[in-house]
Design a protein around this ligand. Sequence first.
Ligand SMILES: Nc1ncnc2c1ncn2[C@@H]1O[C@H](COP(=O)(O)OP(=O)(O)OP(=O)(O)O)[C@@H](O)[C@H]1O
Length: 231
Amino acid sequence: MIHLNDLNQHYGGTQILWDLNLDIDAGSCTCIMGRNGVGKTTLLKTLMGLLPISSGEIQFNGEALHKRTAEYRAPAGIGYVPQGRDIFPLLTVEENLKLGLPARGDKSKKIPERIFELFPVLADMLHRRGGDLSGGQQQQLAIGRALVINPKVLILDEPNEGIQPNIVRQIGDVILKLNEEDGLTVILIEQKLGFARRVGKEFRLMEKGRIVAADKMDNLNDELIRQYLAV
Ligand SMILES: Nc1ncnc2c1ncn2[C@@H]1O[C@H](COP(=O)(O)OP(=O)(O)OP(=O)(O)O)[C@@H](O)[C@H]1O
């Protein structure tokens, strides 16, 4: 579904991604893991077209995404929840959710009911301002907003950062439902091993701007953890 081929990326003169290759199959749930600063967020931003690539290819369902602008990602079916959530604090929950509607292929004007099934709190708080929500509720709103476009793949950058444990569990439940019940392909950056093991079916380990290990989550063993994740 997604293939990154020999991707190179620089911030100014500093190279961050080095000949990076990544394959994501339709229907998979993949955790991208690695120590701080290895380039995980840079990888997702590059995939989303938010950072220019120096060379390489980004293929999405056979289409050359690296030739398209960032704005093309949502209508193509790529939902993105950036690090830090990025909701609009002065808009209501409903207004935040409706922002995604123009990018839907079917031009529907209605927020899908499934979003309120997954996140009942968003229905309860529909007319509250985004900025009045707790951090965990804002994260649920950010995920809901990404789902409004009816994506084929959902990409999340550390969805649990700074969120209280009961909401982390709920977000994990939602990711599992989206992947297992709805068949949505999921890619997420995740630092917490327990969460990654619970929701991820696959892992990709990064070091120094490269993918250095790729396998089923069941095969994430102590040796790999020691080598690429332990601090
Ligand atoms: N806007 C920027 N300009 C220059 N360098 C940057 C910029 N953003 C990130 N970097 C550098 O790029 C490298 C990779 O950063 P990135 O945020 O992608 O890593 P990460 O694996 O997501 O780390 P973390 O887990 O801390 O978020 C780091 O050395 C970082 O300092």
